[in-house]
Design a protein around this ligand. Structure first.
Ligand SMILES: *[C@@H]1O[C@H](CO)[C@@H](O)[C@H](O)[C@H]1NC(C)=O
Ligand SMILES: *[C@@H]1O[C@H](CO)[C@@H](O)[C@H](O)[C@H]1NC(C)=O
Ligand SMILES: *[C@@H]1O[C@H](CO)[C@@H](O)[C@H](O)[C@H]1NC(C)=O
Ligand SMILES: *[C@@H]1O[C@H](CO)[C@@H](O)[C@H](O)[C@H]1NC(C)=O
Ligand SMILES: *[C@@H]1O[C@H](CO)[C@@H](O)[C@H](O)[C@H]1NC(C)=O
Ligand SMILES: *[C@@H]1O[C@H](CO)[C@@H](O)[C@H](O)[C@H]1NC(C)=O
Ligand SMILES: *[C@@H]1O[C@H](CO)[C@@H](O)[C@H](O)[C@H]1NC(C)=O
Ligand SMILES: CC(=O)N[C@H]1CO[C@H](CO)[C@@H](O)[C@@H]1O
Length: 842
């Protein structure tokens, strides 16, 4: 009976640790915390009352006198711990944003245990199988109206990943480090700064295993890490923790998707090559780019257009002179004839001007209101703008209608997907924005604009009771005038009563949902392809993400790998990639060539550039054109291999891109590695990472390895690769793998790739065995009517193909190649259709 082991109630009263670490919030050491009473155990968990010890410490406002603790064992690997106010209904992340996971019934054998200490209240979480504490609170719990503090011990120099969006190394710094979660427009993606998205989840990896901690809270917060302690400092909401036991990293990843939802399966064509830039001035220029790609023999799947197409930068409008409707319709129809795609960007902010999209929004009452009841005004590209209130009951229908009208297949621009930007939401008008009419909307995109206000006015909008504008604990928001600066003001109240202060971090994800629904309404049954800038936990359930406005620098090129690892393997937003060649500033031929190769091994592969910078389409330099042809060639060979990995992630949560430590958890040389990574389960990507260099130091863990390009064996351990030309990228295959490789030579679109045959590449591991998978469907249906999912198994000279063979394809497997051993480089003339079980000698 596991219930008896459920809690080990420690009644000892231990003194709180007086130690204050340099990087943590000072002042909390004097706090006495709470005492737990009325502890009630049940079959599924525990509840207790917490009452404040003494008068509290009032460091950022008065302390709540009593709290409620609820602990639920939800699965054998997950515990839900919630600490909230029993009387007052404090803000919690709405169920429509993240529906709460159900608890399993009749748990027999939980591997994760909650332990309580009653006075002062403290708790720990331990993993039964390894007997270690994976979370152990330290110091006092502080719970004030607008400040909550809880800290845990970590390993001394912990391997912590996540807590993004950030541009830190993938393994986070462990001393004097603060991560701030508050979504903001962050041009140039600076170091040590809050960026566009908030994902309050981390994985901690130890030799004994990996565990995860998710705090379901959307309020602004600082998470500090210093010398073996991780401390949350949160300015609202409740403590709503999910602890995930692992014990492997893939287990934690899967356990996280059980809370925030499995990521969406994206359309096959979304894996094609995408071209965009801000500053294509006319429809003719857009057509010219498409023609130049074709002339250069570089595959182009999807052409994109930035705000340039809009009339006066108003969303849902076309510039009649430079982007006339008939020309746009003919560009899109030509693209579609050639099995190519088209995407346009949309901003959430609607121009505050007499034009249909604004007028319909006013009629439907969908815009956010200021505290005086008038429409809240900000300044974005068109000048004065209104912001849709995604929590208003009319807004989703409004958005669907606007998209149906403007992107109508018969009368409008028949786009294939949506790119949603500026949805933190960004506002150029500096706080307090008393005079938006005089705020310029010109100047360089995403750069700071002149101030329209002085700091002294900061408190003028302050409401009574809670201070939604400048709360007593100031998070390290990397912007001058506080939480409301350059965004919708945090005292704005949504139609459903929620306050922007609490739901700010949900704006991008709410817009993502509305846009996803609008695309689904346009093409029922088809997978909507949406790429967003701002995200919150769970965003990947519907949309993909690009890594924002980075720069054409070698640092950002290197850093893009950490960005992709964070979003794919930790936050479960698998369709992710950086702006290839860099967005801001001028790229160089060598940087662009390297990035074009690297980007081909990230899920979302788009070249995008800022207005005014030197053009950077791959055909602009011979070396970049060559890099593009080669890298896209390999990407398309591996397209079904990777599509299968993405499908698996959408079914199980096992990430399709992984840091090496996920697969080699005991090898401490890879714990901090974020320049090499796994693309799908079997291919290690090891790009050259230094400016203009042609060599790179790599490390391959103890295993069997082959060079993907030459198919010759490679030793494990450290080595220096030299003479890596600017149009090449080193790739290695792990022993034990079977890769279905499309014969994609010369294929210009993914539709063409889908018609090509396969070759099966078998790479036996140390035990002489290998396995792999292939998933096939129509590539676009949300619920495909027919699917094929086969596993390949190799051992003792035999190949077995088993599984489900529902999807009819004319593509066959026309060759089987086994690398290594006696059969080294032998190619068997074995051809078979992917339609039935097979067991053959190869
Ligand atoms: C911690 O970081 C802050 C901010 O970067 C810095 O000002 C301070 O000097 C650092 N403290 C220590 C002890 O390194
Ligand atoms: C950001 O940090 C990286 C090291 O991680 C460093 O190379 C780079 O110069 C820093 N950028 C700025 C603008 O400080
Ligand atoms: C297309 O290529 C031609 C010839 O190299 C060049 O003059 C033109 O600027 C290019 N246009 C675009 C839009 O790339
Ligand atoms: C929704 O829109 C209709 C008009 O289309 C309007 O009459 C109604 O008041 C709106 N609902 C709310 C809650 O504002
Ligand atoms: C980029 O190059 C263009 C054209 O040479 C130049 O006008 C511009 O100033 C450069 N931009 C930067 C940020 O260096
Ligand atoms: C690297 O090569 C580019 C040419 O693509 C050149 O513009 C740049 O100055 C070089 N950088 C260094 C540090 O030599
Ligand atoms: C070997 O590679 C690992 C991982 O990159 C690195 O930490 C280590 O310093 C390297 N060792 C040597 C001797 O170069
Ligand atoms: C290449 C690069 O620097 N990518 C960064 C772009 O910005 C995002 C943040 O939005 C980072 O996560 C990426 O690493």
């Amino acid at each position: 009976m596991w219930g008896s082991k459920l809690t080990s109630v420690l009644l000892a009263v231990t003194a709180l640790s007086p130690q204050v670490l340099a990087g943590l919030t000072p002042g909390t050491e004097k706090c006495q915390g709470y005492a737990a009473s009325n502890v009630k155990k049940s079959i599924s968990g525990l509840t207790a009352d917490l009452s404040l010890n003494g008068n509290g410490c009032a460091i950022y406002g008065s302390d709540l006198k009593s709290l409620k603790l609820e602990v639920n064992y939800e699965t054998n690997e997950r515990i839900h711990v919630k600490i909230s106010d029993p009387k007052d209904k404090r803000y919690e992340v709405p169920e429509i944003t993240i529906p709460r996971p159900a608890a399993e019934k009749g748990l027999k054998n939980p591997d994760i245990i909650f332990n309580i200490q009653q006075n002062p209240f403290a708790f720990s979480i331990s993993r039964r199988s390894t007997g270690e504490k994976i979370f152990e609170t330290t110091g006092a719990l502080v719970f004030e109206d607008q400040y909550i503090r809880l800290a845990t011990k970590t390993a001394q120099n912990p391997n912590i990943y996540g807590l993004g969006e950030h541009t830190e190394p993938f393994k986070l710094p462990s001393t004097n480090f603060t991560r701030t979660l508050w979504n903001r427009d962050s041009f140039g993606v600076p170091n040590n700064s809050n960026l566009y998205g908030s994902h309050p989840v981390y994985f901690e990896h130890r030799k004994t295993g990996t565990h995860g901690v998710f705090l379901l809270n959307s309020n602004g917060m600082d998470i500090k890490i210093d010398n073996g302690v991780l401390e949350y400092n949160i300015i609202g909401g409740v403590l709503d923790f999910y602890f995930m036991a692992g014990p492997t990293a893939e287990n934690v990843a899967a356990q996280y998707t059980q809370i925030v939802g499995l990521p969406a399966m994206h359309a096959y064509w979304g894996l094609g090559s995408h071209q965009c830039r801000w500053g294509y001035k006319t429809a003719d220029e857009v057509a010219g780019v498409i023609a130049n790609y074709s002339a250069a023999g570089i595959p182009l799947e999807t052409m994109w257009t930035d705000i340039d197409y809009m009339d006066g930068h108003r969303v849902f409008s076309l510039d009649p002179k430079n982007f006339p409707l008939d020309k746009m319709r003919s560009i899109v129809s030509d693209l579609h004839k050639k099995e190519q795609k088209y995407i346009m960007m949309i901003d959430p902010a609607v121009a505050y001007q007499p034009y249909p999209s604004f007028e319909r929004g006013v009629a439907d009452n969908v815009f956010l209101k200021d505290t005086d009841g008038s429409i809240f005004k900000g300044v974005v590209w068109p000048g004065i703008t209104a912001f849709p209130d995604w929590f208003h009951p009319n807004t989703s229908a409004y958005w669907t209608k606007e998209m149906e009208i403007f992107f109508n297949a018969e009368t409008g621009v028949d786009i294939d997907g949506s790119w949603i930007d500026m949805n933190e939401p960004a506002n150029f008008c500096r706080y307090p924005c008393n005079n938006p009419e005089n705020t310029p909307n010109t100047g360089t995109k995403r750069r700071s604009l002149p101030m329209s206000s002085a700091l002294g006015q900061l408190a003028t909008r302050q409401t009574t009771g809670k201070n939604y504008i400048s709360p007593p604990y100031a998070i390290h928001n990397d912007i001058e005038f506080g939480l409301s600066d350059r965004t919708v003001h945090t005292d704005v109240v949504h139609e459903n009563g929620l306050i922007e202060y609490d739901v700010h971090n949900l704006y991008g994800t709410s817009m993502s949902t509305a846009t996803y629904d609008a695309l689904k309404a346009r093409r029922p049954g088809k997978r909507p392809f949406v790429i967003t800038r701002s995200t919150f936990a769970g965003a990947g359930h519907r949309v993909g993400k690009w890594l924002g406005d980075n720069l054409s620098t070698w640092h950002h090129y290197r850093n893009s790998i950490s960005g992709v690892l964070q979003f794919n393997s930790i936050y479960q937003v698998p369709m992710v990639g950086a702006d290839v060649c860099g967005f801001g500033d001028n790229t160089t031929s060598t940087l662009c060539a390297r990035w074009t190769s690297l980007g081909a091994f990230t899920p979302f592969y788009r070249n995008h550039n800022i207005e005014g910078a030197v053009p950077q389409e791959p055909y602009r330099w011979p070396v970049v054109a060559s890099a593009a042809r080669k890298a896209i060639g390999v990407r398309y060979q591996l397209l079904d291999y990777f599509y299968t990995a993405l499908w698996k992630q959408s079914q199980t949560g096992v990430p399709s891109v992984q840091p090496l430590w996920f697969q080699y958890p005991k090898d401490n040389k890879v714990w901090g590695m974020d320049l090499q990574f796994l693309y799908g389960p079997s291919v290690v990507v090891a790009p050259v990472t230094n400016e203009n260099s042609t060599s790179v130091d790599i490390y391959l863990p103890d295993d069997i390895w082959y060079d993907y390009h030459t198919q010759s064996p490679v030793k494990s351990g450290n080595q220096t690769l030299t003479n890596v030309n600017f149009d090449e990228i080193p790739l290695f295959i792990r022993g034990g793998s079977i890769l279905p490789i499309r014969k994609a030579e010369g294929a210009m679109t993914t539709a063409e790739v889908r018609r090509r045959d396969f070759e099966l590449l078998i790479v036996p591991g140390k035990d002489g065995k290998a396995s792999g998978e292939l998933y096939l469907d129509d590539g676009e249906s949300i619920t495909p009517s027919a699917v094929t999912h086969v596993t390949f198994q190799y051992g003792n000279g035999r190949l077995k193909v088993q599984g489900k063979f529902g999807y009819k394809t004319s593509a066959k497997i026309t060759a089987v190649k086994v690398l290594g051993g006696l059969r080294s480089l032998k190619q068997k003339k074995l051809a078979f259709a992917i339609e039935k079980t097979l067991d053959v000698l190869v």
